[in-house]
Design a protein around this ligand. Sequence first.
Ligand SMILES: Nc1ncnc2c1ncn2[C@@H]1O[C@H](COP(=O)(O)OP(=O)(O)OP(=O)(O)O)[C@@H](O)[C@H]1O
Length: 362
Amino acid sequence: MTTPIIEFQHVNKFFGDFQALKDINFQLDQGKFYSLLGPSGSGKTTILRTIAGFNSVTSGTVLFQGKPLKNVPPNKRRVNTIFQNYALFPHLNVFDNVAFGLSIRHVPKDEIQTRVMDALKMVHLQELASRDINELSGGQQQRVAIARAIINEPELLLLDEPLSALDKKLRQDMQYELRELQQRLGITFVFVTHDQEEALAMSDEIFVMDEGAILQNGTPVDIYDEPINHFVADFIGESNIVKGTMVKDYEVEFVGKRFECADAGMRPNEPVEVVLRPEDLDVTTPDKGKLIVQVDSQLFRGDHFEVVAYDADHNEWLIHSTNPVKEDADIGLFFEPEDIHVMRFNEKEADFDARLEQYEGE
Ligand SMILES: Nc1ncnc2c1ncn2[C@@H]1O[C@H](COP(=O)(O)OP(=O)(O)OP(=O)(O)O)[C@@H](O)[C@H]1O
């Protein structure tokens, strides 16, 4: 087994009385793309700053390739950070921005020339080396920041919401570019975002954070298909979550009916929450449906209709339908046992809706 590039062991961080990180444990492998995903204030940046050396930890250990990082100053860490605002020098052109770190270390001119042009080629900006920074688009500035960050060949690149200032289209283009660049360079990226689509699209592994703790980590598919709790299910993608009861292994009851499912290992009659993703629900006639709901409204979304409907218990259901439906009509919903994902019900999360609403309103 290879040594992880970064390892957090029981890391806690307090700012005064406030606990910003709560018993954080993880290992990051060489050459992978990781995302830290969570609402504002969940501790993502605090983790990045800890890796970069701008934050000390209150307790616990951070290892870099198996060695404690505690006494290694930020400039001696083989880590570089790209910030949200890129922090480029507006009075220097593209070349000089990228060359800056090498110039102040008095690296010979020839070497600077070669390394800067190599870095600019990596991000497809070699033609723009003499351009002023303020003559570049947002996406091009982003690439200058990346070139500057990779010129010292860091083993770890930390990216703190680097795409949040870009418009949607450019953001999507940059997601592909960053992912492609990471694979080409083979260095570890740790990418902070509160955008779940971005994390799902780019990452090898996602860490979902809330209130200073890691709630779940796994591949995008794992986290999407098997969210550990209500918060993760709702935060990652769209979902229908209803309360139910686990009757026995592979059988769950919700909305007054029993359904075969793929989940086991809970207590009989244990209260649970059931997740069904909108795209896993097929619209059919009421007699063929496993569940009958009444249509409330629908919106055309280009490749599907987004239907909102209510069941007999007044639970709201979001459905992605290939065909339009009639308003106020009763429709049947069909789904397979494996489309049902059952989660333990956690009373402590009862306030999650309010927190999520507050976050979405920001
Ligand atoms: N230097 C500090 N002093 C006091 N509190 C701090 C300090 N730095 C961060 N915090 C607090 O720690 C918590 C976590 O902050 P952090 O910046 O890590 O969150 P985040 O998940 O990155 O949020 P965002 O998405 O808004 O950047 C917040 O409540 C923040 O106010």
